[in-house]
Design a protein around this ligand. Structure first.
Ligand code: SF4
Length: 391
């Protein structure tokens, strides 16, 4: 498409799917819904002349409704859902000895692909929780469709992601079709969303501020910081602490500063009522290998593992620095986009995933509990060793 030709040689562009989405939006037999990822909201503005880090969530919702989506959801909601499942998994492994440690996050598809090919001795350490993109999709086609009387066969889910690898995650394994329908039908990058808005003729600056649609739209500070390196870990520790102690961390302790920022490997030790949880956060593949090497060495020597929980993101900075974001990335830009997310976490009244009212409701009305049979079926996946050139 015309908009995708940012790269001067045309060599580095995603497979532009804006035309596919327009076609779906104009098809009267399709019920089109959409989700936006955490880091999209603080980067899209750069395509419209705003400084990096400007949080445009509510105006993006308005734009998506006006291009024709029937309901606008937020991946921040399902980031909270991912945390419920993943923190529960962590507590099972850490506090009840069920499963291997360290637990390693798996919401970045570039990382999961890399691990399955190059580090598959860690397959059992992966969190089986699906990524927020996939969780939102499957809940849209099951829970939301059921409540709203939408035929899931006509439900067409679009995700707006900071990431080109997210396009391939859609068909990663059979679990991405666990409900009988594909969780998410198509992914657009942040850049493609900018194109979609420009192609629509909407004047972005003049759009009002709107809210997301209910059932899959409400989110917490923990959900929004998923877009920055260290954010998933921080969110998981807030809920892990609650699951073990029955109490929330104090508002000050809830901001876990050692896991924030652009240092390549970040480490922290969190005290959960006397139990010490050692965590590491790595972003950028070279840093990831360093952390995994430390774990391997300890295993080989029969020493205590250096970490109980590891967060990995393939892109430096995490998704704020993703390959589908507006061009012109630098550490200064990554920093600004991250600040936009941490600011939102600070400003929002609910900062823990388990306190999100819509998350409570989805468990009471539909899923039962984290790691229930239904949650396992719809919200979890599998990993395996793959050969280098195997899908
Ligand atoms: Fe995609 Fe990069 Fe985020 Fe991984 S870290 S999910 S590759 S944008």
């Amino acid at each position: 498409g015309q908009c995708a030709a940012h790269c001067p040689t045309g060599a580095i562009v995603e497979n532009d799917e804006t035309a596919t989405v327009w076609e779906a939006l104009q098809n009267p037999d399709k019920y089109c819904t959409v989700q936006i990822a955490p880091s999209v909201r603080v980067a899209l503005g750069e395509e419209f002349g705003y400084p990096p880090g400007t949080n445009l969530t509510k105006r993006i919702y308005a734009a998506l409704r006006r291009v024709g989506f029937k309901a606008v959801f937020d991946t921040n909601f399902s980031a909270d859902l991912t945390i419920m499942e993943e923190a529960s998994e962590f507590v099972e492994r850490f506090a009840h000895g069920k499963g291997s440690l360290p637990l390693i996050t798996s919401c970045c598809p570039a990382w999961t692909d890399y691990m399955e090919k190059y580090h598959h001795d860690f397959v059992d350490n992966f969190s089986t929780a699906k990524s927020p993109q996939q969780m939102l999709g499957v809940m849209a086609k099951t829970y939301f469709s059921e409540k709203m009387g939408v035929d899931p066969a006509t439900h067409y889910q679009v995700s707006i992601m900071p990431c080109t690898a997210k396009k391939y995650e859609l068909e990663r394994t059979g679990e991405m079709f666990a409900s009988g329908y594909q969780d998410v039908d198509v992914t657009l990058t942040t850049r493609e969303l900018a194109c979609l808005i420009k192609q629509s003729g909407l004047v972005f600056d003049e759009l009002p501020e709107e809210e997301a649609d209910s059932l899959l739209g409400e989110y917490t500070g923990a959900g929004t910081i998923f877009g920055a390196t260290g954010g998933v870990m921080e969110a998981a520790l807030r809920t892990g602490y609650f699951l073990v102690t029955g109490e929330n961390l104090s508002p000050d302790a809830m901001s876990i500063h050692p896991v924030r920022g652009l240092e390549g490997v970040k480490e922290a030790e969190i005290d959960i009522k006397g139990a010490k949880v050692r965590v590491a956060v790595a972003h950028g593949m070279a840093n990831v290998s360093k952390v995994l090497e430390r774990v391997r060495r300890a295993r080989e020597r029969g020493e205590e593992i250096p970490y109980h929980f590891i967060e990995v993101m393939a892109c430096p900075g995490g998704c704020v620095g993703g390959g589908g974001q507006p061009y012109g990335i630098s550490d200064a830009v990554r920093q600004k986009r991250m600040e936009g997310l941490y600011q939102e976490d600070q400003d929002i009244s609910i900062r823990c995933s388990h306190d999100n009212p819509e998350i409570k409701r989805i468990y009471t009305d539909f899923l039962g509990a984290p790691l229930s049979e239904k949650s396992e079926k719809l919200l979890h996946t599998k990993y395996k060793a793959r050969k280098l050139y195997q899908k």
